[in-house]
Design a protein around this ligand. Structure first.
Ligand SMILES: *Cc1c(COP(=O)(O)O)cnc(C)c1O
Length: 378
């Protein structure tokens, strides 16, 4: 029997650990902000989801259009061509690569493959929001380790947090939303101390934005450690966020597990075709890297001028402190929305005084800076 609000009187449905999950909150879509605030969509600037301001590369668009002719068929379940291209790029066996519906898929598959109810999953405070989600979805116990005073991962403390119950550790490098970076030496020292029963995900969604001085060889760790998986994304530097494609690189033991539990057709044909083209498009990647460096300089110069604290970022976004009260982020965010600028409040990351700004085109960054100055009476 249904009651007044349409609910039946039967027992509560759903696992308690699933009901306890707070759903992911993404950046507001442009259309929603336009409706809500009565704004012209064309005038709205979105710097909220770390998307590529250049959009997708033309090479990928062309490849996708061609692949669209064959959409009556299922995608290649084994992603033969893309996996081969990736294997060649990283000089690893094809069997070490898993394609995912976004790298988010790789993070979740790994959690599902190695952790269940009662198991512990370790990650840092202020780390990517998907880590607690993936942990809770399998009934795991999230062990959130306090960050360093600079808001980065405290790898020594994370290592100490590992117990006999730990099955998985997430390390984001660079991390989102803080933009903090761990050096190769720091990660190497950490990995050497992690027990072999614990799988370590090194989430490198922003790897392509690292400077040449920062770049390091994560694949060497995959070769050395059968309990390490590196995840990468086509959503950020490669500009394919809407297609949902990423990949993991690990030895056969982990890859084989992921392959057993993934959906047979988890990566669609358009995404595979676009990713193959984007991977080969070194010109696009270079352009995007340079645009990001210039945008970072533009934003941080403005923050310096305004006397605002920001965290040095190794990604395509900057975390900036917009006030000293716990509602500063939400308040300034609302004013920015009214001005047609969408950024990301990060109160859910334990950072209520901060906003995360994705680096956009010069004119988008400028529109944000102008709006922010006005809001802060500068
Ligand atoms: C954006 C992001 C991802 C996931 O991106 P996909 O679109 O699923 O590939 C993974 N990790 C971090 C830290 C991110 O910021």
């Amino acid at each position: 029997m249904a009651n007044e609000v349409g609910q039946t009187n039967s027992a509560i449905i759903g696992l308690s650990h699933v009901r306890a999950i707070a759903p992911y909150v993404g950046g507001k879509p442009i259309s929603e902000v336009a409706r809500e605030f009565g704004l012209d969509e064309a005038k709205i600037v979105k710097l909220a989801s770390n998307e590529n301001p250049l959009g997708m590369p033309d090479s990928a668009k062309k490849a996708m259009a061609k692949a669209a002719e064959d959409l009556g068929r299922y995608p290649d379940s084994n992603g033969f061509e893309l996996k081969n291209a990736l294997a060649k790029k990283f000089n690893v066996p094809v069997e070490w690569i898993t394609l995912g519906n976004g790298s988010n898929d790789i993070l979740e598959l790994t959690a599902r493959a190695v952790a269940q109810e009662g198991d512990e999953v370790v990650f840092s405070k202020h780390a990517f929001a998907v880590y607690p989600l993936a942990t809770q979805a399998v009934g795991g116990q999230a062990i959130e380790v306090p960050a360093t005073p600079e808001y980065g991962h405290d790898l020594a403390a994370m290592q100490k947090a590992i117990t006999a119950k730990t099955r998985l550790v997430f390390v984001a490098n660079p991390n989102n939303p803080t933009g903090t970076f761990l050096t190769a030496a720091e990660i190497a020292a950490f990995l050497a101390k992690v027990p072999s029963h614990v799988v370590v995900v090194i989430d490198e969604a922003y790897n392509e934005f690292l400077t040449p001085e920062q770049q390091y060889d994560a694949i060497a760790w995959v070769r050395q450690y059968p309990n390490v998986i590196v995840s990468r994304s086509f959503s950020k530097a490669y500009g394919l966020a809407g297609l949902r494609i990423g990949y993991g690189i690990a030895q056969n033991n982990i890859t084989d597990l992921l392959n057993r539990i993934r959906q047979p057709f988890n990566v669609n044909s358009l995404a595979q075709a676009a990713a193959i083209a984007a991977l080969a498009d070194v010109e696009f990647l270079k352009k995007c890297y340079e645009l990001n460096r210039a945008g970072y300089a533009q934003l941080t110069q403005a923050f310096n001028q305004m006397g605002l604290k920001y965290l040095p970022s190794s990604g395509n976004f900057v975390l900036v402190k917009v006030g000293d009260t716990p509602n500063a982020g939400a308040t300034v965010n609302l004013e920015l929305l009214k001005a047609g600028v969408i950024v990301r409040p990060v109160g859910n990351y334990g950072l209520p005084e901060w906003l995360r700004i994705s680096i956009g085109l010069p004119q988008e960054n400028e529109a944000f800076i102008v709006a922010l100055k006005k809001i802060l009476n500068q």
